[in-house]
Structure formats: structure tokens, C-alpha cells
Design a protein around this ligand. Sequence first.
Ligand SMILES: [Zn+2]
Length: 390
Amino acid sequence: MEKKLENFILKGGRLIDAASGRDGPFDVRVRGGVIDAIGADLLPGGATVIDVQGLIVTPGLIDVHLHLMKGLGAFGVDPDVFGVGSGVTTVVDAGSAGHSLLNIFRNYVTDNAKTRVLNYINLSTLGGVTGPGYSILADPRLIDEDKIEKAVEANRDIIVGIKIMATGGALGAQGLKPLERARKLGDTLRLPLLVHIGESWTKDTAPVHVGDVLKYLRAGDIVTHMFTVHPGGLLDGNGKLWPQVRDAKQSGVLMDVGHGLHNLNFDVARRVLDQGLHPDGVSTDGHRGNRAGPVYDLPTTMAKLMALGVSLKQVIEMATNNAAKLLGRAGDLGIVRVGQPADISVLKLEEREWQAVDSQKGTIPAHQALLPVYAIRRDTIYEPLPIERP
Ligand SMILES: [Zn+2]
């Protein structure tokens, strides 16, 4: 359900916005799609009142890792399912399209979505065409720097980085060479690398050591699947962080959750968090095959982090201000500010007991649930799609 309103006010909510430093009872007024006032006890001034008492108002939530090429293979999902249909205003595709599919992605996905759709271009020309179980980087001809550069330059407004599958299965006989080429390309194009770690698909190949992957990463690059239990993850055989992981984090490499069907494991997450390594980004790795569980949506993934001990404020900051920084869009996204187009999420924090389930069906008790209530983009207010959550 969606409705357009020329003039409305979100009244009585708790605004949590790390970017502006606000956490408290602030009303937000929107006129002609633009925020025209933020303050305690604002007068409606003729605006339609939307009662958000007892609810949480945040900058529009950002989900930084999904598979959004609807119709592509078993995974591609309509961006509005995990987007405005889940209380989220910005979704980012992680490598469905290589350079040859990028125009199709732009014309059929980005331009038709109600949600803002950004894109990590795949280093491999094949992108997500084959599905994840193939060696999409094992033939050197499958990386074409010139064509990637052309596609990026024509689509800078939606491209936020380059996606690389750093698995033995994807790299095959090329070993680390694709990472070397990705590094050069990232530097040339001034784009961060988004690197998948964890041998979640092909079990019969030797995994790539995360320490070898991290050698190619710099400040602002992103490692996704930080809580994976599969070979190639952040922990050594004794459950300790590899020393290279700490060094990378110190040097400014960012860590993202990337829940998905395989890569959120509560035991791993506990160990990683206990050793003081915290996520920079929270994401669903949402696709057609995990919407009905174990992933559901971004608010549920955020609530799972809360069950692991991350605070509400921290998890909201991850999904707003931090996500905007990670995408190179700070100041533009992830903030509620007068004069900017309205881009807002409204959430409900419910105090209740439930069992959070990870990708391996492990459970932990959770005491709070987080539910989407509205996603707001300019003058349009979207209600979430029905979903059965745990
Ligand atoms: Zn993914």
C-alpha cells in the first residue's frame, strides 16, 4: 500500500539520526516531498498528521548487499520487496550485472523501482548469469577492464563499487590474479572493492585465505560475509581472528554482515564480536531464495544483531549513516535534514521474546523485534509487504 501526500507531518516519534546527532522526540514535516521542518512539538500548519507515537523515525534505511536483477536465475528479486516493501529506501545490488548487463540492469531494474537502487558492478563479465557455483573469474578473458571502465563512466550515478568473488570456486586456476586486477581497476576508477569471502558454494576447491585477500584491500574497501562459518572466513582454527583481519580493520577496510542463505552464523558472530571487531555495515544479502527465511528483511537482520548485543542506536547507525559512508554517499543519504528530499524509515521496536535463526539454523533468544512501519521517499509513503516473521 502506498499513498502520496503533498503536505504531512510525522508526529510524536523518536528520531534517531546519528548523522545529525539527534536522538529524541522530534517531529518531521514534509512539504512537496522536501523536509521543511524538524523539531519538538512542531505545529502541523495544515499538514496531514501521521501519528508515529511510540515508533522510531530514522533516515531511510540502506541495505548494502542484495541480488536485485529480477528474473535472473534463482536469485534475482524485485528491489521493492526488500526495499520500500520492507521499510527500506535504498537497496544495493552486489554484482548481478557485469559490464555487459549493466544497461539492462539500469533500464529494467533501477529505472522501474520505487526504491533507490544502486549497484556494485561485477568484475566478471558473467556477473550473476551462471549463479554462484561457477568459476566466473577463472578465465582471464572474463575480466575486461576497458569495458568495465566505459560502463562505470556512463553510470557513475548508480555505481558504488566493484564486486569480486574471492573464493577458490570463483577464482579457479587464476588464483589471486583477479584480485590484483581488481585492485588496479579500483584505483583507476576511484571505486571501492566489495569482496565476498567464504567458500559457501563450491566445497571441493581449496579456499582462499582471508589474509591473502586482505593484502589487496585498502581503506574504504568492503569485506562482506564477516560472520561466515565457511572456509575462508575471519577466524582461524581456534576461533581467533586472523591477525591480518585486525590490521585491515585498523587500516580502514570495512566489514559488512551479508546475512544470506549461508553466511550469518551466530557462533562465529559471537566470537568475532567478543574479540572487539564490529560490523560497519548490516545487510541482508537478500534474494528470492531467502525472503521467506532465514533472512526476511533488513529490520529482522538488524534485530538479530541486537540479539547478539549490538545496541539499537548502533544498528540504526550502521543501516543509515555508516551505510551512506560505505557507499560514498554521506551527506546525501543516511541523514534527515531540512531542505533535503524526504528519505525516511519508520520502525516499531517490540519488546517480546522470539528465537533468532541464523543461516545454519542455529538459534539464540532475542528480546526485541524490529518491524518496518513505513518507508518514505519524497511525497510517497509505503507500507511494508505482508511477511511472516519469526
Ligand atoms: Zn550476495
